[in-house]
Design a binder for this molecule. Structure first.
Ligand code: TRP
Ligand code: ZN
Length: 881
């Protein structure tokens, strides 16, 4: 039989579920290869369903059915049907009824890490998006909300800790070394928020007192022996709880909040009600093994999952098309938490860098989709940068247009109106329309259209009338499935800077006001005229990156230098440094293509020196200024005929030139900061280390033997992971004998720590040296590498494919062929991870013709594989469309 072609699920076909489930009682007897689940479901016909009655179709996958009874009576085998994806009961009562279902599943065989599986002897679950159907037959959709009671039984010896959602209501010992625990979660929830954990775990405990004075027991469960690495995550959790109370008035709603760290996990972490499950790399921290970047990631993700308790769990999604309702909003909330906790400007720079690096290429290529897609085949493919990060930008624009207070009132109304419900994006927007009295219908275009809009801006000065006129046009190019688009409303935050560098007051000629410098546009072309402008100003546009667009404005080098020194908006001042560097880089690519050498960037280096000399700037900010656009940033801006080898050479040229021209400044920065103090992961200390490493890297790019010696010394003297890994990353790009020694030394030192070894894999996979592909192939056979551990796969194959443009795009095509083979191999083990790795090809059509042909060949090879998962099939098909 030919496998059925998977049919896309369409938003427009949404219908409410024909049945509802009020309560779920689970009795789970854990066993490595045959876990028994008895489920008692109380169901009833849904009064809101369009047609009453009809068959009951429960989702189920990879389950072995034991017994089934309806209202206490065993069902005759003729009364139901089992297929690979469902259990169908054609006739059920038209009033409330109970179903008892016994099933068996195999956690050890579960390498897809969806449903119930084992990670290093620990039983755990991942149910989002559709994993619960691998635990029991169920209406596995987010608009079916039930209260859960879960009894777990296991060996006391191998699984002394048994956890599920909600509060522990009973536990006890049983005969022959067994024990049980019963958990009850009073909050109705969809199945994707269910979780269960069993195993040998140690806890780091604490308590939190909520704003109304209730005490919450907090615990982070980790592999025994790692309890001493939980303090940072716990601290971040308590700060997140306080922040959500203060900033959004949201209090925690259970007596316990548990977090479990596991080593095998498809994504970062999961917000299961009262029992968050984390990839251990986002929990475990200590200065010797955890970089500043990882500390910041832990803080952010702990906050993100905690914030889901209100945005995602208390108010969930009606269907998976509404995924951005919880993810975009929760990313916006975690970004705001980080901005309030760290430096707002540096955080914004970080978030925008990330958005442009991950989301813009997605939106410009074959995988482009709206923030709220209209169709999907495999929902796991839609946990994307577009849904998460562009989704967060859309929420941010609403906040900018409405102002902080009105935005907060809209959020309050959303929580009040939809608590306990499964909501839609329209319902979310309606809350902001209601509190502001504005019509936000046009804003839905942002949710429904793919692609990054382009803003083309120009400023004209009339010296006689002393007016300046800003004209902005929004241009929407075609995207796959969306040839024509409608204009979108957006906030454009601007400033006009006078000749002496002073900020000019924004006085609109038509009397309209621009509060906080925010102009709003909603038509394709808009014009604003400002009066009382004494002399020709320089425009600072899209301050704070007030909308997720590509801005085209023809600033010359002199204007860029002016903005680099005078812009009072920290974000745009940084943006000017990047725009200037980008101009030089694009120019250098063209010059190198002609076989010529680019000229020295002296004016740019001079402007950079002025920024370095500005003592009012925080080190973390200056570090962002020193980080010139990445190779993929340059490729994105070039957009076509991309030659990654030329791009690499251009970027090397610029970094070398900066190192050479500003050597003394950089050396002074490096020598001035002392790292004698005790390590602290706070943003200020991290910023100093980042600046120092930035200077060290540019000096190494200069390439004198003293510079190499400085890096080697930094590596050997390092007393924290940031400095050690930071120096190793610099060495990794250098073809010097010290390089191999450093990697060996690092391995010997950290071979007992799988998280550090993942960084060791990653650093080797991202090296620009021509031996890298050979090294990566060798590392695949390393004793510590396993295709079953996503962290290993992401570190070695993922960072080669997605983080090493030079070697992935080798002119001989061997990089493509290698990754394609791994995708096919991985697809049999873990389709979700395979589809993510495959995403590395998303910009293949932008390549120059020879590489494009080779990439196409690799993609066609994947597409011709007979037994591809829906996950990989959907991605490769779109890629070739
Ligand atoms: N909801 C999770 C988050 O963003 C995402 C997630 C975790 C996930 N694990 C997953 C999504 C597995 C799909 C599959 O916080
Ligand atoms: Zn999330």
């Amino acid at each position: 039989m030919k496998p059925e072609k998977p049919q896309p699920i369409l938003l427009k076909n949404y219908t409410p579920p024909p049945y509802l489930i009020d309560t779920v009682d689970l009795d789970v007897v854990l066993h490595p290869t045959s876990t028994r689940v008895r489920a008692t479901l109380s169901l009833r016909p849904n009064p809101a369903a369009r047609k009453a009655g009809g068959p009951l179709v429960l989702d189920g996958e990879l389950l072995e059915l034991g017994a089934i009874a309806l209202d206490g009576k065993a069902l005759d085998p003729a009364a139901y049907k089992v297929s690979p994806h469902a259990l169908t009961i054609p006739h059920v009562p038209d009033k409330p009824f109970k179903l008892d279902i016994e099933t068996f599943c195999d956690p050890e065989a579960n390498t897809a890490l969806s449903g119930l599986y084992r990670s290093r002897q620990i039983y755990c679950t991942q149910c989002e998006a559709e994993g619960f159907r691998r635990i029991t037959y169920y209406l596995d959709r987010p608009d079916v909300l039930a209260t859960y009671t879960t009894r777990i039984e296991a060996d006391r010896e191998t699984a002394p800790v048994l956890l599920s959602n909600g509060n522990l209501i009973k536990e006890g010992r049983l005969a022959s070394g067994r024990h049980f625990a019963i958990w009850h979660d009073p909050h109705p929830k969809p199945a994707y928020l269910f979780a269960l954990v069993g195993g040998k775990l140690a806890a780091h405990k604490d308590t939190f007192k909520t704003m109304s004075g209730r005490k919450v027991d907090l615990a982070i469960y980790v592999e025994p022996g790692k309890e001493d690495r939980c303090a940072w995550a716990m601290d971040a959790l308590k700060r997140s709880m306080t922040w959500d109370e203060e900033r959004f008035g949201r209090e925690y709603d259970l007596d316990v909040f548990n977090i479990v760290a596991v080593s095998d996990f498809n994504m970062g972490a999961m917000e299961n009600k009262g029992l968050n499950i984390f990839n251990d790399r986002l929990v475990l921290a200590k200065p010797e093994t955890t970089t500043d970047g990882a500390y910041a990631d832990i803080e952010r993700v702990i906050a993100h999952e905690y914030f889901h308790n209100w945005t995602g769990n208390r108010i969930t999604c009606r269907d998976w098309f509404q995924l951005c309702l919880k993810e975009g909003l929760t990313v916006y909330r975690d970004q705001e938490f980080s901005a309030d906790t760290r430096s707002r400007t540096v955080q914004r720079i970080h978030d925008v860098r990330q958005l442009k690096a991950r989301q813009f290429p997605e939106d410009a290529g074959p995988l482009a989709h709206p923030v709220r897609p209209a169709s999907y085949i495999e929902i796991n493919n839609f946990y994307t940068a577009t849904v998460y990060e562009k989704g967060a930008e859309l929420v941010r624009m609403i906040a900018t247009m409405l102002g902080r207070e009105t935005f907060r009132r809209g959020m309050d109304l959303y929580f009040e109106r939809h608590d306990g419900e499964a909501a839609t994006v329209e319902q979310f927007l309606q809350c902001f329309a209601d509190v502001s009295g504005r019509n936000l219908d046009q804003f839905m275009n942002w949710y429904n259209q793919p692609g990054t809009p382009e803003l083309v801006a120009s400023l004209k000065y009339d010296a006689r009338a002393k007016t300046a006129t800003l004209e902005v046009e929004q241009v929407h190019g075609p995207s796959p499935g969306a040839p024509k688009k409608k204009p979108v409303p957006l906030p454009l935050k601007i400033g006009l800077i006078g000749a002496n560098g002073q900020e000019l007051p924004l006085k609109l000629a038509n009397g309209r006001d621009a509060p906080d410098g925010v102009l709003e546009m909603s038509k394709r072309v808009e014009r604003w005229t400002f009066r009382d402008v004494p002399s020709k100003p320089t425009a600072s546009l899209l301050r704070e990156f007030s909308a997720p667009v590509n801005l085209t404005v023809s600033h010359n080098e002199r204007q860029l230098e002016f903005l680099m020194t005078h812009d009072s908006d920290g974000f745009n001042r940084w943006q000017a440094t990047q725009d200037y560097a980008m101009r030089l880089l694009i120019g250098a690519v063209k010059t190198l293509r002609k076989g010529e050498r680019p000229t020295r960037p002296s004016a740019y280096c001079g402007a950079l020196a002025a920024v370095l000399a500005d003592k009012s700037l925080e080190p973390a900010y200056v570090a962002q200024v020193l980080a010139v656009p990445s190779e993929s940033d340059i490729a994105r801006v070039l957009a076509r005929d991309v030659d990654p080898a030329l791009i690499h050479r251009a970027r090397r040229w610029l970094r070398k030139a900066i190192g050479a021209e500003l050597g003394e400044h950089l050396a002074a920065i490096y020598e001035a900061s002392d790292d004698a103090r005790r390590y602290s992961p706070d943003a200020k200390s991290a910023g100093q280390r980042a600046l120092r490493l930035g200077a060290l890297g540019l000096l190494a790019a200069r390439g004198q033997s003293a510079d190499i010696a400085r890096v080697t010394r930094h590596f050997k003297d390092a007393r924290n992971a940031t400095d050690e890994i930071g120096a190793l990353a610099i060495l990794s790009a250098l073809n010097v004998p010290e390089r191999a020694e450093a990697f060996d030394r690092f391995y010997q030192r950290w071979k007992g720590d799988h998280l550090v070894i993942a960084s060791w894999f990653g650093l080797q996979a991202t090296s620009p040296l021509s031996s890298t592909l050979r090294t990566v192939k060798q590392l695949m056979t390393h004793a510590q590498f396993s295709m079953r551990t996503p962290n290993n796969v992401y570190a070695l194959i993922g960072s080669f494919a997605g983080g090493n443009p030079l070697q992935f795009n080798r002119p001989d095509g061997k990089g493509y062929a290698f990754v394609a083979e791994r995708v096919v191999e991985l697809d049999k083990i873990n389709p979700q991870v395979a589809a993510r790795i495959l995403g590395a090809f998303r910009s293949w059509r932008a390549l120059e013709s020879a590489r494009k042909r080779l990439a196409l060949r690799a993609l066609e090879k994947i597409a011709s594989t007979p037994e591809l998962s829906n996950d990989a099939r959907e991605i490769v098909t779109k890629m070739l469309d």
